[in-house]
Design a protein around this ligand. Structure first.
Ligand SMILES: [Zn+2]
Ligand SMILES: [Zn+2]
Length: 331
């Protein structure tokens, strides 16, 4: 079968590789759509460590179950599914505590652990595929980042009535949609990119700003919930200023290892805000797929028409430069 093989930092090609060999408990999925996101950019550029080469990227995957290997409990062959890309070990302390997303020994599909969806077929554990029903494969791709957002919002303690979302990309847009679906009275969006500010306005954001400072100037330090959906330097410090007394800061974007933040612990004392980490996704796929099915999420505005494996390079660059929100490969 054909697959993208990343052999070193920023070195990749389409290659003929052996068909995936399913392990016990696996099913084989014929990939119909594989999303490319900022994580893939970081992976291909060698900015996320540790990572071993070669690997096949693609962790936002939807397709058709092609082989269940005789497992009667697996979804039927021919069913349309989305693939949960994070495989927890199931036995470490955090897994036993019911927090598989922070497993100590995880395996990521498409991030070096197991071959990802930028290929014609992948083998994945049967328990990691979720029926899509009649949802499109592109919607199935969005199920992955949406499940991460569902997980993140499950960690919020404050009432989340006045919300500041930093970042108007796919994640920020999904936060906006879910918060709106949950009747948040006010969601303000910040992004430095004019196109993403226009998109946030089109989505119905109460207000849209270039910077957190502008948002504070207009609304005061009154945000019950501040979501950093970017992870860039400087955002955390500004979030500390923007968050209301008793509010929450969600660290959703992934800051690089070199990013540092400095702020006055006195603010933490006086405002009694919470800083909440949220990593990946746990058992959040069914809820994410339900949101997609209910139409709570405008996923169609976030995805590009699918392109073939041969267009992997340009499709990745489109994401990297911010020209598109989400590239989709159809292997
Ligand atoms: Zn992703
Ligand atoms: Zn574990």
């Amino acid at each position: 079968m054909r697959a993208i093989v990343v052999s070193d930092v920023s070195e990749y090609s389409v290659e003929n590789v052996p068909d995936p060999v399913p392990r016990a408990g696996d099913v084989v999925v014929e990939v119909k759509a594989s999303g490319l996101c900022g994580t893939d950019v970081h992976l291909v550029r060698g900015e996320l460590t540790p990572l071993s080469y070669p690997f096949t990227p693609g962790h936002e995957v939807a397709g058709i179950v092609a082989d269940v290997g005789g497992d009667p409990t697996a979804p039927r062959e021919g069913s349309r599914v989305a693939v949960h890309p994070f495989i927890e070990c199931g036995s470490c302390a955090t897994c036993r505590a019911g927090r598989p997303n922070i497993c100590a020994f995880p395996t990521m599909i498409g991030a070096g652990g197991r071959a990802g969806g930028c290929s014609e077929y992948i083998a994945v554990p049967a328990r990691k595929v979720y029926p899509l029903g009649d949802l499109s494969f592109a919607a199935g791709v969005i199920a992955e980042p949406l499940a991460c957002v569902v997980h993140a919002l499950s960690r919020v303690v404050a009432p989340a009535e006045r919300v500041l979302v930093v970042g108007g990309g796919v994640s920020g847009s999904l936060f906006f949609d879910l918060l709106t679906a949950r009747d948040a009275p006010s969601v303000v969006v910040v992004d430095t990119a004019p196109g993403k500010r226009r998109a946030a306005t089109a989505r119905g954001a109460d207000a849209v700003y270039y910077s957190v400072d502008e948002a504070i100037e207009a609304h005061g330090a009154n945000f019950d919930l501040v979501v950093d959906a970017v992870g860039a330097p400087g955002i955390f410090e500004r979030a500390v200023d923007a968050v209301a007394v008793g509010g929450d800061i969600l660290q959703f974007g992934i800051p690089g290892d070199q990013v540092r933040a400095s702020f006055s612990p006195g603010l933490l004392y006086r405002k009694e805000f919470r800083v909440i980490g949220c990593r990946g996704l746990g058992d959040d796929y069914p809820a994410a797929i339900d949101y997609l099915r209910e139409g709570a999420v405008d996923w169609a505005s976030l995805v590009e028409p699918p392109v073939g494996l041969d267009s992997f390079g340009p499709a990745l660059e489109d994401v990297e430069t911010g020209r598109v929100q989400r590239s989709i490969l159809a292997p």
